[in-house]
Design a protein around this ligand. Structure first.
Ligand code: HEC
Ligand code: HEC
Ligand code: HEC
Ligand code: HEC
Ligand code: HEC
Ligand code: HEC
Ligand code: HEC
Length: 484
């Protein structure tokens, strides 16, 4: 017989597996049902299926069994099989797939779309040779998951398992809760709604405002942002300046162009219409909370559905980083829905004055502005790399390589710095220093595919068979260290 006490001890732990659930059961439950509460998960069974991608003559086959979820790619009679370890996306629109190769995460070239089943992932539609070659960076996962366990100084290496929290977690909007759990009260935790407008908006914008470019302040990483900070304390987001037709952009950018937002003095924010804790949002009620005046006689009554006319849905379902519902609230729905790359960028909000010129120069990649910035930031790896890239684009790879060498000195454990130096020397026709940098990059991060390709080519050209096969062995080993 089991003693009763043991059962009593077990039940509370089983019932409250989430650290907030004992005191906030309603919020935990409602959040878990949202798309954000299911934004990423370890793979389970997904629908079986298959299709052929005409452009690349590649066929894909998707199968689940007791040991996991698998995707097979067949091209020119050859098969490649991948186990799928994680699914990105709640499935509300799409589910996309991530394969773990060694301790590296790569994106699958296919997604499952609710509207049309399996098809190519966004950006792969016209790829002539699709593969599992796009690294899943920590920047992707900062927006799509709760807490990724990225290995420092790598592009796409992660601990095992790769996440401390898979789906977007409470702390991403409420901040660190350790103090709150010790002394629970309203003052020991962030409630986004109670922050000043820029801090409040920063909470949602950390993920819902990709912009055209995001530029980190010196010494910062994307993981340094937490609720209660201004986004610009960590990075600046640059968006295209001029509105142009037919290009769809983020919810935050669209909303900001609305008169509702412009003329409501900071009162309008994402949380006006969306609450991650309530399943039903009555949009009309929100509209009417501000639009209290009588409508003209010719206007539909206050009981009508405002959305089809003022916030229409768009057909375009590319499953990518675009809004489906037009958040630019206008008098007349039109095709003018967003902004296009007009070449001119402006800061969404300006950073600290010390960083304005630097961050803009980096966003534009402009050689002259970067040279000017270098005077104030002589040993800033981002500025030196930006200058290197600009010099390469101007056809001066040798000067670029020298700048990248300085970045390597400043960041001796950074595989991307080594890669940049390698590529610049290769451009300059200097195989020997190029090979040295690629070798160092691969010692730090063994599955950098562009480096492997470049290095193999150098070894082949210099007739160095021994090194070529040693490289292939190393790659094979890195691919096999499947910690399972
Ligand atoms: C031991 C109980 C307890 C736990 C565990 C707990 N809280 Fe709370 N929480 C409280 C109390 C008490 C309040 C204040 C409620 C009030 O004053 O009405 C509160 C308030 C809040 C508020 C509202 C703050 C405001 O200003 O409106 C948020 C947000 C919150 N908690 C989030 C969390 C999160 C996230 C977790 C898990 C990481 C968590 N809480 C865990 C007890 C707890
Ligand atoms: C850590 C990143 C992150 C933060 C912070 C974040 N979002 Fe999201 N949000 C996402 C992602 C990713 C999705 C798509 C989820 C999916 O369906 O896979 C999403 C989806 C949504 C949706 C669609 C419905 C749903 O539940 O999926 C709404 C509405 C939304 N977010 C509003 C907000 C608001 C309001 C805030 C700020 C209070 C916010 N988000 C903060 C990443 C984030
Ligand atoms: C700045 C934050 C951000 C970054 C960085 C980001 N995403 Fe997203 N992504 C989102 C949000 C938010 C959504 C939900 C739709 C929306 O609001 O546009 C989304 C939607 C998606 C979807 C469609 C899922 C669905 O259910 O519709 C896929 C696939 C996706 N992202 C993959 C990626 C990959 C892969 C990367 C890295 C290369 C990446 N994202 C980088 C924020 C981000
Ligand atoms: C995407 C952002 C986001 C995430 C993730 C999120 N919340 Fe919230 N939460 C909010 C916002 C915004 C509010 C304020 C809603 C309002 O009052 O308008 C809020 C309010 C709350 C409140 C106060 C409710 C009240 O009535 O005072 C609690 C408690 C809470 N959240 C707990 C949690 C817990 C627990 C989790 C994780 C399971 C979580 N939240 C995840 C955005 C988020
Ligand atoms: C936070 C307050 C607020 C909310 C919520 C709000 N609006 Fe507005 N809206 C305004 C203000 C302020 C203006 C500009 C002055 C005016 O026309 O009343 C405006 C203007 C408009 C206009 C005229 C736009 C133009 O370009 O001339 C339309 C249409 C509109 N709102 C519709 C809506 C709809 C539909 C909703 C709900 C989905 C909504 N609003 C929610 C504050 C708000
Ligand atoms: C005036 C009301 C309103 C405001 C403010 C608002 N939204 Fe929405 N949002 C909507 C409506 C309406 C939908 C469509 C909901 C539906 O179809 O059920 C929607 C849908 C979404 C979706 C789901 C994908 C899509 O495009 O349909 C996301 C994500 C989203 N909103 C994010 C945001 C973010 C981020 C903000 C702040 C920058 C924001 N919204 C502000 C009304 C609003
Ligand atoms: C059948 C389409 C339709 C519906 C439904 C609709 N509207 Fe409108 N609304 C319009 C049009 C068209 C105009 C522009 C009228 C004009 O320019 O004379 C307009 C104008 C407005 C304006 C600007 C008013 C002004 O005089 O400046 C507001 C605010 C507004 N609508 C809010 C709403 C709200 C809130 C709802 C939902 C209760 C709603 N509308 C439902 C089509 C619609």
């Amino acid at each position: 017989m089991q003693p009763r006490a043991a059962i009593l001890l077990i039940i509370p732990f089983a019932a409250f597996s989430h650290p907030c659930e004992s005191c906030h059961p309603k919020e935990v439950k409602s959040y878990a049902r949202t798309g954000m509460g299911r934004s990423l998960h370890a793979s389970r069974a997904e629908p079986d299926g298959g299709f052929e991608h005409d452009k690349s003559k590649t066929s894909f086959l998707i199968r689940s069994n007791k040991t996991g979820l698998f995707q097979r790619m067949t091209h020119a009679g050859e098969n490649w099989d991948y186990r799928i370890d994680y699914v990105i996306g709640s499935g509300n629109h799409a589910s996309c797939y991530v394969a773990r190769v060694g301790d590296h995460l790569f994106q699958s070239p296919i997604c499952f779309y609710k509207s049309r089943g399996y098809d190519m992932a966004p950006g792969y539609e016209d790829n002539p040779a699709p593969g599992f070659s796009r690294p899943i960076t920590v920047e992707c996962l900062q927006c799509h998951s709760g807490r990724p366990l990225h290995i420092a100084n790598s592009v796409n290496r992660y601990a095992t398992p790769a996440f401390a929290e898979e789906a977007i977690s409470c702390d991403r909007c409420h901040g660190d809760a350790a103090a709150h759990i010790n002394r629970p009260s309203r003052s020991s935790i962030v409630n986004p709604r109670k922050l000043t407008p820029a801090l409040r908006d920063s909470v949602c914008e950390q993920c819902h405002l990709a912009g055209a470019v995001r530029v980190l302040n010196p010494g910062k990483t994307f993981t340094d942002f937490h609720p209660g900070l201004l986004l610009e304390a960590v990075f600046t987001t640059y968006v295209a300046a001029a509105p142009e037709p037919f290009k769809v952009v983020s919810h935050a950018e669209q909303l900001a162009r609305s008169r509702c937002s412009l003329e409501s003095k900071g009162r309008m924010w994402c949380g006006t219409c969306h609450n991650p804790h309530s399943e039903n949002t009555f949009y009309r009620q929100q509209c009417l909370s501000c639009h209290t005046r009588q409508f003209r006689a010719s206007h539909p009554p206050k009981t009508s559905d405002c959305l089809p006319c003022h916030m229409p849905k768009r057909e375009a379902d590319d499953g990518g980083h675009t809004a489906f519902t037009d958040h630019w609230i206008k008098r007349h729905p039109s095709t003018l829905t967003g902004v296009a790359q007009s070449g001119r960028l402006i800061a969404w909000r300006e950073p600290h004055p010390d960083y304005r010129a630097r961050n803009l120069a980096l966003a534009l990649g402009d050689y002259k502005l970067l040279l000017e910035t270098q005077k104030s930031f002589p040993a800033d790896p981002a500025v030196l790399s930006g200058l290197g890239t600009a010099l390469q684009a101007r056809g001066d790879p040798r000067s670029a390589a020298k700048l990248f060498e300085r970045v390597v000195e400043l960041r001796p454990f950074d595989p991307v710095a080594e890669e940049n130096a390698g590529m610049a020397w290769l451009d300059a026709g200097e195989k020997e220093p190029a090979a040295r940098h690629f070798e160092k990059a691969l010692a730090l991060d063994p599955l950098l595919l562009p480096d492997i390709e470049a290095l193999q080519k150098i070894y082949r050209e210099t007739g160095d068979q021994e090194k070529a096969s040693a490289l292939m062995n190393r790659v094979r080993q890195a691919m096999q260290t499947r910690a399972k």
